[in-house]
Write a protein that binds this ligand. Structure first.
Ligand SMILES: Cc1cc2nc3c(=O)[nH]c(=O)nc-3n(C[C@H](O)[C@H](O)[C@H](O)COP(=O)(O)OP(=O)(O)OC[C@H]3O[C@@H](n4cnc5c(N)ncnc54)[C@H](O)[C@@H]3O)c2cc1C
Length: 339
C-alpha cells in the first residue's frame, strides 16, 4: 500500500488522442488490482477509467478522479492442438498484444491490427474492423465493480455485444473497471477474413495469393496507415460517428432521391449506410472550422489541427449531425465517448 500517487489538477492533453486540453481534478495510474483498490479507498469521486484515450472527446475539465489502467501482462491460460485461450491485462496496449498473438501463430484478431487503445477498452465498444469484431473471439473478461470492489466474470452473453456496443456502454456504463480480457484464438485452420475490397486489392498489390495471419496483419496495417490519420501527427479518435441503420421504408424513399446511396443489409432486414458517405454528401469532407476539421481523406474522422478545444470539435460534430438530419432524415450518433 501507499505506492499510488494521486496528482491534482492534471492536464489530460497527453492522455487523449484528440490532443485537446482538459484538466482532471485528480489523476492516478494503477498497475495492479491492489493499486486500484487503494485509489478507490480514498473516497474521491471517480470520474472515469482511462485507457489509451483514443475513444474520448473531453469537452471540459473533469471534476473528480481519472484512474488510468496500466495493468499489463499476457498469459496463455489453456490450449489444445487447435486453439488457445490467451488473456491480457486491461491496461495492455492493444496493437502490441495483437502482434504478440500473430508472432505466436494465434489467429483471430489479425484484422484488428493497429487499432489504438487498450485491451480493457476493447470489449466496451466491441471494437471491429475489416469483417472482425472482438465478440467473434471473446472468451470472458474480469471486471471490478467500482462501488463494491467485487470482481466479477463476464461471459459473451453477459456482455451483450452489438455493433460498437456492449452492456458497458449501456446499463453498466461507468460501473466496472475491466481488469483482464481472454480470447479464444486458433492455432490451426485459421479463418481469414479477406472479403473486404481494400484487403483483396492490397493482397494483389503485395502479390500474396495465399495469405497467412501475418500477411493479413501486414495488409491491415498498410491500409490503415494509408487511410487514417496517425494521432501522433494529427489529433483524432478514429470514426467519430457510428454507421446508421434505417428500416426498409425509409431506405426505399432515400433510394428514390439518392439512387447511388451505398448500403449493406443487416441481419434484421434493415440497411446500414456508411456515415462517411452521408457526411461527404453534405459537403463536410476536408472542411475546417478553426483548428477543428473533418478529415480530408475520410469524412467520418474529425481532427484537431492543433489547438482545437473539445467544445469546438463537439460544435463541429453537432453541425454535421444537423446537416445530415436535414438532408437525409437520419440522426447520426457519436461512436466516441463524450466527457
Ligand atoms: C486512429 C484511430 C483509429 C481507430 N480505429 C478503430 C477501429 O477500426 N475500430 C474500432 O472499433 N475502434 C477504433 N478506434 C477507436 C478506439 O481505438 C477504440 O474504441 C479503443 O478500444 C479505445 O481504447 P482506449 O483504451 O483508448 O479507450 P479510452 O478512450 O481510454 O476509453 C474509452 C471508454 O472506455 C472506458 N474505459 C477504458 N478502459 C476501461 C476499463 N479498463 N474498464 C472500464 N472502462 C474503461 C472509458 O471510461 C471510456 O468511456 C480508433 C481510434 C483511433 C484514434
Amino acid at each position: 500500500m501507499g505506492a499510488v500517487r494521486i496528482l491534482e489538477n492534471q492536464s489530460l492533453r497527453a492522455y487523449n488522442t484528440f490532443g485537446v486540453e482538459a484538466k482532471a481534478q485528480w489523476f492516478a495510474a494503477f498497475n495492479s488490482v491492489d493499486a486500484l483498490r487503494e485509489i478507490l479507498s480514498q473516497k474521491r469521486p471517480l470520474a472515469f477509467i482511462l485507457g489509451g484515450g483514443s475513444n474520448l472527446l473531453l469537452t471540459r475539465d473533469v471534476p473528480g478522479l481519472v484512474a488510468k489502467n496500466e495493468i499489463t501482462g499476457i498469459q496463455v491460460e489453456s490450449e489444445t492442438a487447435d486453439s488457445v485461450i490467451v488473456s491480457a491485462g486491461g491496461g495492455a496496449v492493444w496493437h502490441p498484444f495483437v502482434q504478440w498473438c500473430v508472432a505466436k501463430g494465434y489467429g483471430g484478431i489479425e484484422n484488428l491490427s493497429l487499432i489504438p487503445g487498450t485491451v480493457g477498452a476493447a470489449p466496451i465498444q466491441n471494437i471491429g474492423a475489416y469483417g472482425v469484431e472482438i465478440k467473434d473471439v471473446f472468451e470472458y473478461l474480469e471486471a471490478m465493480e467500482l462501488s463494491t470492489g467485487e470482481i466479477r466474470t463476464f461471459r459473451a452473453e453477459d456482455c451483450r455485444f452489438g455493433y460498437r456496443d456492449s452492456v458497458f456502454k449501456q446499463e453498466l456504463k461507468g460501473q466496472y473497471c475491466i481488469l483482464k480480457v481472454a480470447f479464444r484464438l486458433s492455432k490451426t485452420q485459421h479463418r481469414l477474413h479477406t472479403d473486404y475490397g481494400a484487403i483483396r486489392e492490397m493482397l494483389l498489390e503485395m502479390e500474396v495469393p495465399h495469405p497467412d495471419i501475418a500477411n493479413m496483419s501486414e495488409v491491415v496495417i498498410r491500409i490503415r496507415t494509408s487511410k487514417l490519420p496517425d494521432p501522433a501527427q494529427l489529433g483524432n479518435a478514429g470514426s467519430f460517428f457510428k454507421n446508421p441503420e434505417v428500416d426498409a421504408t425509409h431506405f426505399a424513399s432515400l433510394q428514390e432521391t439518392f439512387p447511388n446511396i451505398p448500403h449493406f443489409p443487416t441481419s434484421e432486414g434493415r440497411q446500414k449506410i456508411p456515415a462517411g458517405w452521408l457526411i461527404e454528401q453534405c459537403g463536410w469532407k476536408g472542411k475546417r472550422s478553426g483548428d477543428a476539421g473533418c478529415y480530408e481523406k475520410q469524412a467520418l474522422v474529425l481532427v484537431n489541427y492543433g489547438q482545437a478545444s473539445g467544445e469546438e470539435i463537439l460544435e463541429l460534430a453537432k453541425a454535421i449531425i444537423a446537416s445530415v438530419e436535414m438532408k437525409f432524415g437520419i440522426a447520426l450518433t457519436p461512436e466516441v465517448n463524450l466527457i
